[in-house]
Design a protein around this ligand. Structure first.
Ligand SMILES: Nc1ncnc2c1ncn2[C@@H]1O[C@H](COP(=O)(O)OP(=O)(O)OP(=O)(O)O)[C@@H](O)[C@H]1O
Ligand SMILES: [Mg+2]
Length: 292
């Protein structure tokens, strides 16, 4: 599964274009997945919150992870992003054309630096910092200045700081928060805080972005904007996206493929039309929602 195709290694751009055109989700077309998860399990005492879950994400794919409350979706995110140590299983990831790395036993900070960014179901912002500063914090895993540089403010560190500010501001424009850059993060409405979390995640230059219920608490107009943003991130920046979301309209319209979990296990995966018509999924999950 992790063998590397030499032609694609030498020309990752053409591989991405090819994949962006197809979004097949197939692992047999010579393109290596950006994420491969094999038999991932997580026990909390006697509770098996994740049970033998496999997943792959191809370059440029938007993949949804859905399932009822308590199905194990956030636990999956936490195991892949290093917050929890999986009980069993393997996680491999990598940018296209670069060596892939096994992420088990790597700290969340290093996983972020490697290029896997995320947002949180329970928003985690620095509430006393401004909107701009929250995004700048995300950028720090890509900056080089050390503590001495920061204290003595040598030219290199000043340039880098200016670059960090410029980049953070550009990301605020991307998510539509530029006018609020001086505001304290805690003063933002809920939907705007979610967009700020996305900007902060983007500041780390990820190739893979995990979004945990990004539309939660958003009004319909904000949800429309969020959908456009997710598509832009994929289409313009080539970021692959894994999305946990209960808004079925959003899931069905955005996703190339969908994974469905129930009681810690993967019960189905496939294209939106297959998932929509899968009896087991309808029973487990979609049946709960009228707009599914
Ligand atoms: N740190 C923890 N300690 C013990 N049990 C946990 C922990 N984290 C999650 N669980 C349990 O694992 C199961 C899966 O939880 P998880 O948060 O992954 O579900 P979810 O699919 O994200 O649900 P939701 O849609 O409500 O966010 C639940 O039974 C939950 O109570
Ligand atoms: Mg959750």
């Amino acid at each position: 599964m992790h063998s590397e195709n030499k032609a694609e290694m030498q020309n990752p751009t053409s591989a991405r274009r090819k994949q962006n055109g197809a979004h097949s989700g197939s692992q047999n077309d010579g393109v290596q997945p950006v994420l491969s998860v094999k038999s991932l399990s997580k026990n909390f005492g006697g509770l098996r919150a994740l049970n033998d879950v496999d997943m792959h994400i191809m370059p440029g794919e938007i993949v949804a992870l859905i399932g009822p409350n308590g199905a194990g979706k956030t636990t999956f995110f936490n195991c892949v992003t290093g917050i929890y140590l999986p009980t069993e299983g393997e996680v491999w990831a990598g940018r296209q054309g670069e060596p892939h790395k096994q992420l088990n036993n790597i700290s969340p900070h290093h996983i972020t630096s490697f290029g896997l960014a995320r947002t949180f179901q329970n928003i985690r912002l620095f509430s006393s910092m401004t909107v701009l500063e929250n995004v700048m914090v995300g950028r720090h895993c890509r900056t080089k200045s050390n503590v001495l540089g920061a204290i003595f403010r040598n030219p290199a560190s000043r340039n880098e700081e200016q670059e960090t500010v410029d980049r953070a501001y550009a990301l605020l424009e991307e998510v539509g928060l530029q006018d609020l850059w001086q505001e304290s993060a805690s003063n933002l409405p809920y939907g705007a805080q979610r967009r700020l979390e996305i900007a902060r995640a983007l500041a780390t230059d990820p190739f893979l972005l995990f979004l945990d219920e990004p539309a939660a608490g958003m009004n319909p107009q904000e949800t429309v904007e969020l959908k456009k943003l997710v598509l832009r991130l994929r289409d313009k920046l080539g970021i692959s996206i894994l999305l946990i979301e209960h808004d079925m309209g959003m899931v069905m319209s955005l996703s190339d493929r969908i994974y469905v979990m129930e009681y810690g296990s993967r019960i189905a995966y496939g294209k939106p039309e297959d998932i929509r018509n899968n009896p087991q999924v309808i029973r487990a999950y979609l049946g709960e929602s009228d707009d599914a």
